[in-house]
Design a protein around this ligand. Structure first.
Ligand SMILES: NC(=O)c1ccc[n+]([C@@H]2O[C@H](COP(=O)([O-])OP(=O)(O)OC[C@H]3O[C@@H](n4cnc5c(N)ncnc54)[C@H](OP(=O)(O)O)[C@@H]3O)[C@@H](O)[C@H]2O)c1
Length: 237
């Protein structure tokens, strides 16, 4: 059976690469991409939908896929660490309400609202895999460096939401799976200002997506609610 896949954040480095990866997969029939700006691709497989997490009205655009029979995989590759107005906080002195609100809006509330709006589609599908791009820095037990208050805590909150959603969705259908995945350090708009300080391996988006796609293809019932790294190793909360 051919698959339908939805990718949110398809204009981002990782989301764009996931879109390319599944476009090349002959077992994938249709790809719904979600982005702030409509993607004017000519690829027949792709249907682009415009959503900005900061504009609740824009979620109405999902009505355009109300006819879609089912979905197999949902990959949510949206997120912010910095913007023109936001810099990740190095210390408590730089904490401010607006930054926290904006980071949580995009990293936690937006993805969850998206899943809420997709629930009718999820409910009429069998065994949906929902994959959220999370980050190792959201792990409380793994925190060695501190800093990045809003980003770190948004990813910790996202990880809790992954656990919650997994419990709820398994009551709906025991074959639904929800996981978080850490892509590694990947060259992208999000990571670019911080790459010069990185001592470990830096992946290209393609290298990271190739690894994550293997993890996604292998996850099963027992994995739901957990967060994994790009090699499929569990990241402790
Ligand atoms: N790169 C890394 O090293 C790394 C490491 C750990 C975790 N991650 C996680 O991986 C995910 C993807 O990151 P990336 O590296 O691919 O970053 P990226 O290239 O900056 O992509 C981020 C995506 O999020 C979208 N986005 C931002 N604000 C949005 C909003 N208000 N509404 C809807 N979409 C919005 C962006 O859309 P626009 O194109 O319109 O801005 C873009 O598609 C994120 O969750 C990130 O936290 C990345």
């Amino acid at each position: 059976m051919k698959k339908n896949i939805l990718i949110a954040g398809s204009t981002g480095s990782i989301g764009e690469e996931f879109t390319r990866f599944y476009s090349d997969d002959p077992d994938v029939d249709k790809i719904i991409t979600i982005s702030r700006k409509i993607d004017d691709t000519t690829q027949k497989k792709i249907q682009s939908i415009e959503i900005d997490y900061n504009k609740e009205q824009s979620f109405k655009n999902l009505e355009r896929i109300s006819e879609l029979e089912s979905i197999d995989t949902i990959i949510i590759a949206t997120g912010i660490l910095h913007t023109a107005q936001i810099k990740p906080e190095k210390s408590i002195d730089s904490i401010n309400f607006e930054t926290f609100k904006s980071v949580f809006q995009v990293n936690v509330f937006g993805p969850l609202l998206l899943v809420k709006k997709l629930m009718p589609l999820i409910k009429r599908s069998q065994g949906v895999k929902i994959v959220f791009l999370t980050a190792r820095v959201g792990s409380i037990s793994d925190n060695e460096l501190g800093g990045w208050y809003s980003y770190r805590s948004s990813k910790s909150a996202l990880n809790m939401m992954i656990s919650n959603l997994s419990i709820e969705l398994q009551r709906v259908n025991k074959n639904h799976l929800v996981i978080g995945i850490h892509p590694g350090t990947v060259k992208s708009n999000l990571s670019e200002p911080f790459l010069r300080n990185v001592k470990h391996n830096i992946f290209s988006p393609r290298e990271s997506v190739d690894l994550m796609a293997k993890v996604i293809s292998k996850i099963s019932h027992k994995d739901s609610g957990k967060c994994f790294d790009f090699l499929g190793k569990v990241i402790n909360p």
